[in-house]
Design a protein around this ligand. Structure first.
Ligand code: ADP
Ligand code: ASP
Ligand code: MG
Length: 404
C-alpha cells in the first residue's frame, strides 16, 4: 500500500466551500492510487470559540472537561469532509481518536501521543476507504479524551505518518509553505524550498506558527520528511528534512517575531544562592512560562538585577505572585507589557563569524534599542519594543539577504 497522510489546518476547512475544495484535493491523490489518511483540525475560529465558552463558565474550568470540549471542533470538520467525500462517490468515514485509538500520556491540555493502533484503519484502507481522523485529540489510560496542545493536529499527522509508514506526510495550510518570515507580516518574505528539522524547530518555537514545535521534534526523532503547502494554490511548498539532504549557502534561514511578550525586572535582588529559584518556583507552580532570563553581574557583590520575559496575559498574575513572595527581597519591580522577541535562525551562523554584530548593527542603524539578548548555537533572539517589530523585520531581512 502506498500511504499518504494529508493534514488540513483550520483555515483550509474554514468554510463549506473550502471543505469542498479539500475533498477535491483528496480525490486527486486517490486518482494517483494512493491510500489516503486524512487528518483535520477544527474549522478556523472554532477552537478559540470553545475556549472562550469554557472561560465564561469558569475562570478555572476543570481540565478534563476542557479537553473534551475543545477537541469537539475536530469532530465536526472530519464528519463534514467525510460527508463530502461520500457525496463525490468516495467511501469515507470519520474517526475520533478514541475509536482508533490514539493513546496519549501526560497532563490534560498538553498530552503526548504515545501509541497509535493501526489495525482498524489498515483494514479500512484495504477496503478502499478514506479515513478522516481528528487531529489534536487523544485518549488516555482512563479512557478520557485528551488534547495535545494548541496547533497539535500537526503532531497528529506526523505521528500517523510514522505508525502507518506513510510514503508522504503533507501539511496543507493557508500559505504556500514555510517562509523566511511570516508572509502575513512582511510582504518581502520568500518561500523556503528546503529547511532542516533543527532550523524549523527553532523557528516554530520562536514564533513561526506555521508548524507546531512538538510536531517537528516528532518528525526529527522519527526521520519523517514533511511537506508544507497551500490548500488553495497548486504550487510546490517547503520540505522539512534532515540536514544532510540540504545544500544551502545562506547564513540565516529565517526570522521570527512574537507579539505577546512582557518583560519583568527586579532591581536590587539579594545576590545569594537560591534567590533565582525562590523567584521562579511560585511562577512555575502557577503555570507561568518564563522565557528569556538575564541576570546582571553584581557590581557590589550584594545586589543584582534580574530580568525575564513572560506572555503578556500572565503579567498581572506574575506581578501579584512576586509582590506576595515572602522569600525574596528587592528594591523595585519594573514591568513592561509591549515588548516582542525577534530572532534570526540559521545553521550557517555556526561557521560564520560576525552574525551577532551584523544583527545588532542593523538594529542600531534603525535606532532600535535592544533590551534583552539570548543566543544558542543556531539562533540569536533579542527583546525590543513591540512598535519596532516591522522596522526590525525589514532591516534584518535585508541585512541577511533574504529578500532574494
Ligand atoms: P493551520 O490552520 O493550517 O494550522 P496556522 O495558522 O497554524 O495554520 O499556520 C499558518 C500561519 O502561520 C500563516 O497564516 C502565517 O501567518 C503563519 N506564519 C508564521 N510564520 C510563518 C513562516 N515563517 N512561514 C509561513 N507562515 C508563517
Ligand atoms: N484546533 C486546534 C487548535 O486550534 C488544533 C490545531 O489547529 O492543530 O489549536
Ligand atoms: Mg496550525
Amino acid at each position: 500500500m502506498k500511504i499518504v497522510v494529508l493534514k488540513f489546518g483550520g483555515t483550509s476547512v474554514g468554510t463549506i466551500a473550502k471543505i469542498k475544495k479539500v475533498a477535491e484535493i483528496i480525490k486527486q491523490y486517490r486518482k494517483k492510487k494512493f491510500s489516503v489518511i486524512v487528518v483535520s483540525s477544527a474549522m478556523s475560529g472554532v477552537t478559540n470559540g470553545l475556549i472562550k465558552k469554557s472561560k465564561n463558565i469558569s475562570s478555572d474550568f476543570v481540565s478534563h472537561e476542557y479537553d473534551t470540549l475543545v477537541s469537539s471542533g475536530e469532530q465536526v470538520a472530519c464528519s463534514l469532509i467525510a460527508g463530502r467525500l461520500n457525496h463525490l462517490g468516495i467511501k469515507s468515514r470519520s474517526w475520533m481518536a478514541w475509536q482508533i485509538p490514539i493513546l496519549t500520556s501526560g497532563q490534560y491540555k498538553n498530552s503526548r501521543i504515545v501509541k497509535i493502533y493501526t489495525n482498524k484503519i489498515i483494514r479500512y484502507l484495504k477496503e478502499n476507504g478514506v479515513p478522516v481522523i481528528t487531529g489534536f485529540q487523544g485518549i488516555n489510560n482512563n479512557n478520557r479524551v485528551t488534547t495535545i496542545g494548541r496547533g497539535g493536529s500537526d503532531a497528529s499527522a506526523i505521528l500517523l505518518a510514522k505508525y502507518f509508514k506513510a510514503k508522504r506526510c503533507i501539511i496543507y495550510t493557508d500559505v504556500e509553505g514555510v517562509f523566511t518570515t511570516d508572509p502575513n507580516k512582511l510582504k518581502k518574505a520568500k518561500k523556503i524550498n528546503v529547511i532542516s528539522y533543527e532550523e524549523m524547530l527553532e523557528m516554530a518555537s520562536l514564533g513561526a506558527k506555521v508548524m507546531q514545535p512538538v510536531s517537528i521534534q516528532d518528525a526529527r526523532l522519527n526521520r519523517i520528511d514533511v511537506e508544507v503547502k497551500s490548500s488553495f494554490k497548486n504550487k510546490s511548498g517547503t520540505l522539512i528534512t534532515k540536514k544532510s539532504n540540504i545544500s544551502n549557502n545562506k547564513i540565516i534561514t529565517g526570522i521570527t517575531s512574537t507579539n505577546n511578550d512582557a518583560k519583568v525586572t527586579l532591581i536590587g535582588v539579594k545576590d545569594k544562592p537560591g534567590v533565582a529559584a525562590s523567584i521562579f518556583k511560585p511562577l512555575s507552580k502557577n503555570q507561568i512560562n518564563v522565557d528569556m532570563v538575564v541576570q546582571n553581574i553584581s557590581a557590589n557583590g550584594k545586589e543584582t538585577d534580574l530580568t525575564f520575559t513572560i506572555k503578556s496575559e500572565d503579567l498581572i498574575k506574575t506581578k501579584k505572585i512576586i509582590e506576595q513572595n515572602k522569600d525574596i527581597n528587592f528594591r523595585k519591580l519594573l514591568l513592561k507589557k509591549d515588548v516582542s522577541k525577534i530572532s534570526i535562525i540559521g545553521v550557517g551562523m555556526v561557521t560564520t563569524p560576525g552574525v551577532t554584530f551584523r544583527m545588532f548593527q542593523s538594529l542600531a542603524r534603525k535606532k532600535i534599542n535592544i533590551q534583552v539578548i539570548s543566543t544558542s548555537e543556531i539562533k540569536i533572539s533579542v527583546i525590543i519594543d513591540r512598535k519596532n517589530i516591522k522596522k526590525a523585520l525589514l532591516a534584518l531581512h535585508k541585512e541577511f539577504n533574504l529578500n532574494k
